[in-house]
Design a binder for this molecule. Structure first.
Ligand SMILES: NC(=O)c1ccc[n+]([C@@H]2O[C@H](COP(=O)([O-])OP(=O)(O)OC[C@H]3O[C@@H](n4cnc5c(N)ncnc54)[C@H](O)[C@@H]3O)[C@@H](O)[C@H]2O)c1
Length: 244
């Protein structure tokens, strides 16, 4: 018996990085995983199938309401939803004085509106039953960082959603945020982030980037049978980057 046997999970941002690792971990634990991403998450579904698991690909833009509704309609065709993990997200390093209102709006649309839409539809699908909703925030949900303020604001907002939903949907549905520190994904790759910031990211007690699988293991724990007394929390998996 695997811990998620017979369960149905939606994972957004499942095309790569932390989302792909969560999707693979959940499928490995027995869940059927609806893998959603702006780009076709076929590679993740293929990897799940190769490992003997069950996954389906849905293309979805989490900032678009119709697209998110279509995702949850597709999930409903599979069966009653048990777990949702929202990993879709973007980052942008830019001095405030060079940041346009459109750039701010885009960040908020994907990271915060996307969290709102995915969370709302997941909670609608689970309403009246047991369920687990996991939003991926960041250690930057707790403090400020120069040249990243729209991202930081979006992640502070995600924690606000999680803390409120945890109260609104207790005791049946548990809602938590994962707050990763620096994780070795494309988000931290050179084209996304200056060498100076990559260097600063390593100045943490554990002095290395985390692996996406290390976040996925915490997501699996939060989704599983041993996390029944955890809700409304931001769970740090961060190499000691912050100690709130
Ligand atoms: N990598 C890190 O250091 C780190 C640290 C803290 C928090 N996070 C958060 O973890 C989450 C996953 O990040 P990652 O490191 O795996 O990044 P990533 O860039 O490797 O993956 C993000 C995925 O989200 C998808 N995506 C982007 N916009 C989307 C949209 N509008 N609709 C649907 N999918 C969309 C991308 O296509 C991609 O597959 C993000 O929310 C990020 O903010 C990452």
């Amino acid at each position: 018996m695997r811990v998620l046997d017979g369960q149905i999970a939606v994972v957004t941002g499942a095309g790569r990085g932390i989302g792909a690792a969560c999707a693979r971990a959940f499928a490995g634990a027995g869940a059927e995983v609806i893998c959603a991403d702006l780009n076709d998450p076929a590679d993740t579904v293929h990897a799940i199938g190769e490992a003997g698991g069950r996954g389906r690909a849905v293309q979805c833009d989490v900032s678009n309401e119709a697209s998110v509704l279509a995702l949850f309609e597709a999930a409903a065709q599979v069966g009653p939803l048990d777990i949702a993990v929202n990993c879709a997200g973007i980052i942008d390093e830019r001095p405030l004085l060079d940041t346009s209102a459109d750039q701010f709006d885009h960040m908020i649309a994907v990271n915060l509106r996307g969290s709102f839409l995915v969370g709302r539809e997941a909670l609608r699908a689970m309403n009246g039953r047991q369920g687990r909703v996991i939003m991926v925030a960041s250690d930057l949900a707790y403090y400020g960082r120069e040249t990243f303020s729209p991202y930081v604001a979006s992640k502070h907002g995600v924690l606000g959603l999680v803390r409120s939903w945890a109260k609104e949907f207790a005791p049946e549905i548990l809602v938590n945020a994962l707050c990763p520190g620096p994780i070795d994904t494309a988000m931290l790759a050179a084209e996304q982030m200056s060498p100076e910031w990559r260097e600063k990211e390593l100045a943490i007690p554990l002095a290395r980037f985390g692996q996406p699988e290390e976040i996925a293991q915490m997501a699996l724990f939060l989704a599983g049978p041993n996390a029944k007394y955890i809700t409304g929390q931001g769970i740090g998996v961060n190499g000691g980057s912050i100690m709130p």
